[in-house]
Ligand binder design. Sequence first.
Ligand code: PMV
Length: 339
Amino acid sequence: MSSPRNYIQTCLQAIKPVSSHASSQSHGQAFAPSNIALIKYWGKREKTFNLPLTDSLSISLGKLGTTTHIRAYQGPEDKVILNHTHVASGTEFYQRISRFLDLFRATKQDCYEVDTYSNIPIKAGLASSASGFAALTLALNDFHKWQLPLSTLSTFARLGSGSAARSLFSGFVKWHRGEQSDGADSYAEPLKTNWPELCIGLVILSDETKPIGSTEAMNRTRETSYLYKQWPLQVKENLQSMEHALNTKDFTLLGQTAEQNALSMHATMLSSWPPICYSTPESLKIMHQIWQLRTEGIPVYFTQDAGPNIKLLFEKNYQQAIEQAFAQKVKIIAPFEVT
Ligand code: PMV
């Protein structure tokens, strides 16, 4: 079977000129938005290539995300800078980046300097790794002048972090599970819907590192949860509803579908063994507050990823009501707003 490095090197060999450091420009840079799944990716059909068991659908977070600069580095190993601070080579963060860069190096001696800045909390279930690997992939493409199609770059970013496949695009994005064993057809693409009134409220309850990483959590769920057997079926139905909601601009359907999909994903985790619970008492408090607001006639829904933070979904005309209800705790983003 092919390996991720073979897959990437085969794609790169098809490009002329050969993408070594020598033929690259002095510096590459890119921005990639963070994304929040409305229909979640939870569970892999193949682990080495990060291939998902189901399709998924997300919304990108506009200007919230990661900016990355990359250049050749004359040193014995890569140099990594995160938010203006040098990252030690023994850390997990450094290792993940360096292992990802291994897939692209023309020779072992080709080292990179990666200077990355993220305006979102790292590892708080706000998909900072998604925007991080997407920005790194786009920066590599810029640095090496590959000019590869975004669908191919999406398959590259996926090898760093599954959900990074979706972070190459703005707006609503669908990631196709694909069928091929090397994942060549498992890429994301943007959807046409433009929804300027749509707002996302980030209720950040913790920016601490999560107790269990998403890869370990999804593998455990797949292996031990009885409820997980239903998950692919539910995703299929939820995707149909969500795409219908996007095509008809039906906010209630969007909100209900996203909230039910997120709660079902967390239910599969709770039914794993040992159980996985990303929610804290604070997360539950926010959920109850949202359900209460709905009974008071405020159309607000939520979604939640591999962390305790809750992401509100509502439309612009309810922004004031949301700000009042959640006071200082909420950061509001309008993903389609052009400024
Ligand atoms: O891409 P990963 O391995 O960080 O997994 C992402 C998992 C969720 O955020 C919970 C769901 C998703 O589709 O983004």
